[in-house]
Design a protein around this ligand. Structure first.
Ligand code: AMP
Ligand code: ZN
Length: 114
C-alpha cells in the first residue's frame, strides 16, 4: 500500500512518535502549524477519510480522539486548551488520505478557520 501513514504505522518511514499502542500511533507533524502539532492515526486499518468510516470504525476513531486528549495532557497543552481537527476531502483541506486527527496547541487558535 502506497500510503505514507501506513508506512509510519509499520515503522517503515521515520516519525517522531510520542505515543503508540496496538491500535493507534501519535507523532509530531513534519510541518507544524502550532507549537504543538501532533497527528493521531489508526495503526492497522487504512481508512482514507472520515467520509469512508463505517459503523464498525466507531470505537477505533473514538480511541483516536481519546489518545489525542491523552497526548495533549502528555505534552502540557491540555490545561490552556487545544484544537482537534479531522480534515475531510478536497474542500476540507485533506492532503494525506489515511485518516488522522490533528492535535494543535501551545497558542490561542482563531475562529473561523481558513
Ligand atoms: P491534512 O492536510 O489534514 O491531510 O494533513 C496532513 C498532514 O500531514 C500535514 O499537516 C503534513 O504536514 C503532515 N505530514 C505529511 N507527511 C508527513 C510525515 N512524513 N510525517 C509527519 N507529518 C507529515
Ligand atoms: Zn494508510
Amino acid at each position: 500500500m502506497d500510503c505514507i501513514f501506513c508506512q509510519i504505522a509499520e515503522h517503515k518511514l521515520p516519525a517522531n512518535i510520542v505515543y503508540e499502542d496496538d491500535d493507534v500511533v501519535a507523532f509530531h507533524d513534519i510541518n507544524p502549524q502550532a507549537p504543538v502539532h501532533v497527528l493521531v492515526i489508526p495503526r492497522k486499518k487504512h481508512i482514507a477519510k472520515i467520509a469512508d468510516m463505517t459503523a464498525e470504525d466507531q470505537a477505533l476513531v473514538g480511541k483516536v480522539i481519546y489518545i489525542g486528549k491523552q497526548v495533549a495532557e502528555q505534552l502540557g497543552i491540555a490545561e490552556d486548551g487545544f484544537r482537534l481537527v479531522f480534515n475531510n476531502g478536497r474542500h476540507g483541506g485533506q492532503h494525506v488520505y489515511h485518516i488522522h486527527l490533528h492535535v494543535l496547541g501551545g497558542r490561542p487558535m482563531t475562529w473561523p478557520p481558513g
